[in-house]
Design a protein around this ligand. Structure first.
Ligand code: KG4
Ligand code: ZN
Length: 375
């Protein structure tokens, strides 16, 4: 249930502790939102579980939940210590309440509830996707409205971000998320885990024209994505190579990455048309990209070129804030607190939680990949 924060009526500077535990990163951060809306990141700690899940070639939910539980309290204490802020000076405790792997979400949310109760501070149950959506503001001001490409291991969506808590979905994946396709492509070639950075690295020495791969939905006048067919075609192209060498793997990686990049640009162009029709009177159009796949070097470069050519303002979160982190959760918490929108201790952990709740009810596409919101 949303409550109104009485303190926010008089207080203009908000210092918020944020916790993130929805997938395979345990993270804690303290962020200060100044009265002019400027953001200071006072601390940000991220503990990755990559090593723990590597032998399994993917995230194992039960193991992830236990690993979060093992370190979430000591990591939280470290983040507060490093921030230089006293526990009592925190204005609110924010935590990811979904969407995500439910065991991990519960570990972080329950820690936040315990702290909120003990410290008598407001609790803010943050939608992980809202954290990603607002994350560019961690680096530089990012005025509403903007067109957001949210592209991660669990999600591929294009959203009109109209204001805090006001999102319209313009397009979604109808099957896999882009990050899933990267991870699967790396897995079939034995490149390692997590797959995205491995494909990115292998592609640097490959020929992007060596394999012709399908571009799902290219040129279609909607803004949805599909990656399942591309993923299968890439697997077939690789399987057809006899005794593949490192160069072969680089060629497949480069062809796959170039195709994903082309598809993303094509879908973003369609989404920008929709965005412009919804916001016809903007003097400047802003494009924002967030989520783990936004760390991809080729996708970053092509989006940059497209925005420069078209004269769109472009906000990229710094690389370390593209992938999961708690600074974006603390930021979302601080924005919600400043707007007087807090939760109580009955806030629920939600495995699925679309950003555009109302629209999602009428639209069966989840935009969350086939295997769930944080596959
Ligand atoms: O945002 P994130 O940390 O977690 C989710 O919310 O899903 O995104 C993780 C995803 C993984 O699929 C990972 O392989 C992908 O982001 N990723 C990349 C790169 N770095 C991370 N994909 C392509 N290129 C990269 N450089
Ligand atoms: Zn994420």
């Amino acid at each position: 249930m949303a409550l109104t924060a009485k303190s926010s009526q008089v207080q203009t500077v908000h210092t918020v502790l944020g916790l993130e535990s929805s997938c395979d990163e345990t993270a804690a951060s303290v962020v200060r939102r100044n009265s002019d809306g400027g953001i200071d990141i006072l601390s940000s700690i991220i503990a990755s579980q990559d090593e723990i899940h590597r032998p399994f070639g993917g995230v194992v939910p039960e193991i992830a939940a236990r690993a979060h539980l093992d370190i979430v309290d000591s990591l939280t204490a470290q983040a507060v210590r490093e921030s230089g802020v006293e526990w009592d000076d925190l204005d609110a405790i924010a935590a990811t309440a979904g969407p995500g792997l439910i065991g991990g979400v519960i570990a972080g949310l329950m820690t936040a509830k315990g702290l909120a109760l003990a410290l008598e501070k407001p609790l803010i149950a943050v939608n992980h996707l809202e954290g990603h959506a607002l994350s560019p503001a961690l680096a530089s001001p990012c005025p509403f409205p903007y067109l957001l490409l949210l592209v991660s291991g669990g999600h591929t969506q294009l959203l009109s971000v109209n204001g805090l808590g006001d999102y319209t979905r313009l397009g979604s994946t109808v099957d896999d998320a882009a990050g899933e396709a990267f991870d699967k492509t790396a897995k079939i070639m034995g490149l390692g885990f997590p797959g995205g950075p491995k494909v990115d690295a292998a592609a640097k020495t490959g020929d992007p024209k060596s394999h012709k791969l399908p571009k799902p939905f290219a040129g279609k006048d909607h803004a949805d994505f599909s990656f399942a067919g591309l993923k299968t075609a890439t697997a077939r192209a690789y399987a057809a190579i006899e005794n593949p060498t490192d160069q072969d793997r680089s060629d497949v990686a480069a062809s796959f990455q170039r195709t994903v990049s082309d598809v993303i640009i094509d879908r973003c162009k369609q989404a920008m048309k929709l965005f412009k029709s919804q916001h016809p009177d903007q003097s400047e159009y802003r494009f924002v990209v967030a989520g783990g796949v936004a760390a991809n070097s080729e996708i970053r470069a092509s989006l940059k070129t497209w925005c420069q050519d078209k004269g769109y303002a472009l906000n990229f979160p710094p690389l370390k804030f593209c992938t999961d982190n708690a600074a974006m959760i603390a930021l979302a918490g601080a924005e919600r607190l400043a707007a007087g929108d807090i939760d109580d201790l009955s806030a629920k952990a939600r495995p699925r939680w679309p950003l555009d709740d109302k629209q999602a009810a009428d639209d069966p596409k989840s935009g969350s990949g086939r295997k769930g919101p944080k596959s």
